[in-house]
Design a binder for this molecule. Sequence first.
Ligand SMILES: Cc1ncc(COP(=O)(O)O)c(C=O)c1O
Length: 332
Amino acid sequence: MKIQSFIGSTPLVELTTFDVPVGVRIFAKVEFMNPGGSIKDRIVSYILDDAERRGVLKPGATIVENTSGNTGASIAALAATRGYRAILTMPDKVSKEKQDALRAMGAEVIICPTSAPPGSEKHYVSCARRIHAETPGSFTLNQYDNPLNGEAHFHSTGPEIWDALGRSVTAFVASGSTGGTISGTSRYLKMKNPSVTSVLLDPVGSIYHRYFHEGVVDPSQIAPYFVEGAGEDHLAKCMDFSVVDDVIQFSDADAFATCRHLATREGLMCGGTSGANVWGAVQVARTLAEPATIVTVLPDSGNKYMSKIYNPDWLTQNGFGTGENRELEPTR
Ligand SMILES: Cc1ncc(COP(=O)(O)O)c(C=O)c1O
C-alpha cells in the first residue's frame, strides 16, 4: 500500500502533566504521525483525489502552491508517489529544515521575503499565483480559499475525535492559518453535539483575533512573530467564524514554553503551533469548574524546528531565554 493509505487515524493521547482543574481532561491528536509529517496530509490527499476524479489534475502535471512548509511537504510526498512535478513558494521565515525537506522529495522551492506586503509581487502567495498562471496545465490547491480544505477535516479529523470520545467532548481548541482545521473539525463536532465549544488560538501579530472580536481587519496590527503555521495577514475564505465561539491570543513565548513542557514532561517533541494549541487548551481548562474534555491537535513535529525552538542559542538570541528553566505561563 502507498503512503496515502496511512493518512489519518492518528493517535489521540491524553496530556496528564498540566496544572488544570480536577476532572478536566485534555486530549491531543498526534498529527505529526501522518506519513508526510503533519496534519496537512489530510487536506492535500483529499484535494488531489478530488482533482484527479474531476480530471483537472492530469498525469505528469505541475502542482503549484504557496505554503509555510507542511502543505508543501504533503504535496511533495504525494507528488513523488503519483508522478507530479511540485513547485512550492514559501516565506523566508520558514525553518531551513522545512525548506530542505521539500527539496529532498524532489520539489522546486522558491523562497520569498516574509516582509513583502500581502498582494505585492514578491509576497509568496502572489508568487505562486503568477507561476500557476504562467505554467500550462498546472494545478493549485488554493488551500486558503478552497472549501475542500475544511471539508477534509469535516470528513476525517472531526469523525475521528467523535468516534474516540463521543459526547464527552466539551471543547475543540486549535490555532489556524487557512482555518481548515478549526472550521471543518468544529463544524463536524457541533453537528454531532451543538454544545461543543470551539476556540481559535491566534498569535499576537495576526489579524484574526481583532477581526473576530471587533469585525475589523487592521493592517497596522500585522507584526512579525516566530510561530510558523498559525495566524494570517489576510482573511482566508476557509476560516469560518460561524463555527468559532471564541478567539484567544497567544505569544511566541507561550507557545515555545509549552513546547518545552510537552517535550520534557509528556515525551512529545512538537512544533510551535502544537505548543500554542496545548497552551490554549490549558487556558480553556482553567476556566472550567465542571468535568470536561478538551481536544486539540499537534499539527507537526519538533524535528522541523531543531534550529529554532529547540536550539538554546536561537532561543537566547531571540529573547526567549535558553528554554531550560521556563515554566508554563500562568493564566492571563
Ligand atoms: C504547523 C501548522 N500548524 C497549524 C496549521 C494551521 O492549520 P490550518 O491551515 O488548517 O488552519 C498549519 C497550517 O499551515 C501549520 O503548518
